[in-house]
Design a protein around this ligand. Structure first.
Ligand code: FES
Ligand code: FES
Length: 182
């Protein structure tokens, strides 16, 4: 489906587009103001408040979700650009009542305190484990020809876009390390 926009008639107040978005396997047909970020669409239109608004400037990572399997900061993306795309939020990581391995590992390793950053950390961690499995290098990958080993240095680098005000970093690294080996 192509998105339908009324962007040519701003004088009439029409600055919206119709967009179809699949979120956590549910299809949504939305008409959104063109300026609506993906984060605001998720939270305010779909009621998915797991993704958090921290800085709203792409700096803290608390809004991280998976877009077609790749992690993105949802506060930096306009929702109307995402017609026919698939989004997974923290609400979609679990399989019904079964937690995803990364979620179980966060609990087992006590990888959170206030929990505000945790939804973004979880989505980012899921995304980075998948990136490593595909063989994508990071800035600290020494051997670009060998399979990626998720050392603590690799995990720290790949998770560096997600800040934690409670500084639960050591336990987050331990949780990601465990989940990556499952
Ligand atoms: S709210 Fe998106 S990066 Fe901080
Ligand atoms: S657990 Fe509090 S901000 Fe990370």
């Amino acid at each position: 489906m192509r998105s339908e926009c009324q962007r040519d008639n701003p004088a009439a107040g029409d600055r919206s587009c119709r967009v179809r978005l699949t979120v956590n396997d549910d299809e949504h047909d939305l008409t959104l103001d063109n300026r609506t970020t993906l984060l605001d669409a998720l939270r305010e239109r779909l009621g998915l408040t797991g993704s958090k608004k921290g800085c709203d400037h792409g700096q803290c990572g608390s809004c991280t979700v998976l877009l077609d399997g790749r992690r993105v900061k949802s506060c930096l993306i306009l929702a109307v650009t995402l017609d026919d795309r698939r989004v997974v939020t923290v609400e979609g990581l679990a399989d019904a009542d079964d937690l995803a391995p990364i979620q179980a590992a966060f609990i087992a390793h006590d990888a959170f305190q206030c929990g505000y950053c945790t939804p973004g950390q979880l989505c980012s961690a899921q995304g980075m484990v998948d990136e490593a499995a595909r063989g994508w290098p990071s800035a600290v990958t020494a051997d670009l020809t060998a399979p990626v080993q998720l050392t603590d240095a690799e995990i720290r680098e790949r998770m560096s876009g997600n800040l934690c005000r409670c500084a639960a970093y050591p336990n987050i690294v331990a949780a990601v390390r465990e989940a990556a080996t499952r």
